[in-house]
Design a protein. Structure first.
Ligand code: NDP
Length: 385
């Protein structure tokens, strides 16, 4: 399980701990939260625990001393863990760092439960092509994509007219537009409906998360960009809808609890009991929808540019977004500066790097990623100077 110490990882462990005899845990990985990694590795009797941070190896090793559980650290150790045969792998590292372990895991024809949306945004064609070539299965864990996947069971993708991805609208859906420049990190880090990691929560407020999900939809389901729509649905109970050529819309409705999508991927193709709340529709009373305001969410237009351009533009978009997010978290740029910087870097690299026609390989993705991060720093530093 990659990213075991994070929000998705902990929800996955919650499900596994309810039926410990059903699972034999091979590897757990984390980064900075060594105490959690040690405690889960012991509780689940994992074969190996890996931290992404080599500086924390001694601490991990000490914590696991005498247990027989191996300890390892660094990028190469993550890849080595991914190469260990396992028939189900959770990919829940946050950010572009999740791509390489996921690609490695595909090599043993496993089932890859993919929460790491950055893998599809940065290298969707590569990941899906490799999965097919190697006989591996990729299952979506993002709630919207799990919802679409479930809506397509038994259906012909050729009969799909459109896919509608819902969005809560994030922390600032009703915030005055003119005050978005000055929102604080704490305000951006609070989600109205979902309890998630900090980075994805801020990405929900800016809708960078939704922008990524639109790209993810195109890559995972192989539909065209103009078949994908977004709608604001403040209750976050309908996760996505699939529209068919006879006009029917199939909606997936469920509580905002990631254990739903994780559990679906864990038990697929079976459905098993999951410890999530059952919706009382009469108590809910009504569901609301509204069109997203493009001035509030410039990330949506950026997603359209990326889907149109293809190639390495997703890798550039994601890296610029991750770098701008680091700046925002560190207090080095404002909330609305993030989208402006991402747009400028993407435009710049599209105009001079021939991103559209580039072949997507891990090396190319990593090179585009590094260049986009450097340009984003330059852009945001210039703005501060
Ligand atoms: P968190 O920030 O809560 O957890 C991230 C995990 O990745 C942690 O285990 C963290 O370790 C580890 N990690 C951080 N940096 C690195 C790195 N450089 N190399 C290796 N591991 C690293 O994130 P979430 O669980 O919220 O999200 C995980 C992924 O799932 C993201 O791609 C996100 O977009 C996606 N997702 C999340 C949803 C949610 O509800 N949270 C919903 C749908 C998708 P540590 O904590 O020890 O530092």
């Amino acid at each position: 399980m990659f990213g075991a110490t994070g929000s998705i990882g902990q929800n996955t462990i919650d499900l596994i701990r309810r039926a410990p005899d059903d699972y034999n845990v091979v590897a757990l990985t984390g980064a900075g939260n060594i105490a959690q990694l040690i405690s889960d590795a012991k509780a689940l009797r994992a074969d190996i625990a890996v931290t992404a941070d080599p500086a924390r190896l001694a601490e991990l090793r000490d914590g696991l001393a005498g247990t027989g559980i191996e300890a390892a650290a660094g990028e190469a150790a993550l890849i080595e863990a991914a190469a260990r045969p396992a028939d189900w792998i959770m990919s829940a590292i946050v950010g572009a760092a999740g791509l390489a372990p996921g690609l490695e895991a595909l090599k043993h024809g496993t089932t890859l439960a993919l929460a790491n949306k950055e893998s599809l945004v940065t290298a969707g064609p590569l990941l899906m092509r490799e999965a097919k070539r190697l006989g591996a299965t990729v299952l979506p864990v993002d709630s919207e994509h799990s919802a679409v996947f479930q809506g397509l069971i038994g259906e012909d993708i050729a009969a799909v007219e459109r896919i509608i991805i819902t969005a809560s609208g994030g922390a600032f859906r009703d915030h005055p537009l003119s005050a978005l420049d000055t929102v604080s990190l704490a305000e951006a880090s609070s989600h109205p409906n979902w309890d998630m990691g900090q980075r994805i929560t801020i990405d929900s407020a800016s809708m960078f998360n939704k922008a990524m999900e639109l790209i993810e939809t195109k890559e995972f389901f192989g539909v065209r960009a103009n078949q994908i729509e977004t709608i604001i649905h403040p209750e976050s109970l309908i996760h996505a809808l699939v529209g068919f050529n006879d006009g029917a819309l199939m909606a997936h409705v469920g509580p905002p609890d990631m254990r739903h999508a994780i559990g679906f991927a864990l038990h697929w193709p079976a459905r098993k009991h999951l410890p999530v709340a059952r919706l009382d529709l009469a108590a809910i009373g009504q569901l609301n929808f509204r069109a997203p305001e493009h001035a509030r969410y410039p990330a949506l237009a950026i997603a359209a540019t990326v889907m149109q351009a293809g190639g390495l533009s997703g890798a550039v978009f994601n890296a610029a977004k991750e770098q701008a997010l680091d700046y925002f978290i560190e207090g080095r740029c404002g909330f609305t500066d993030m989208a402006r910087a991402v747009e400028r870097v993407l435009d710049l690299m599209l105009s001079r790097e021939g991103l559209e026609n580039a072949t997507i390989t891990l090396d190319n993705v990593q090179a585009a990623d590094a260049m986009a991060r450097a340009l984003t720093c330059e852009d945001l530093d210039k703005k501060r100077a």
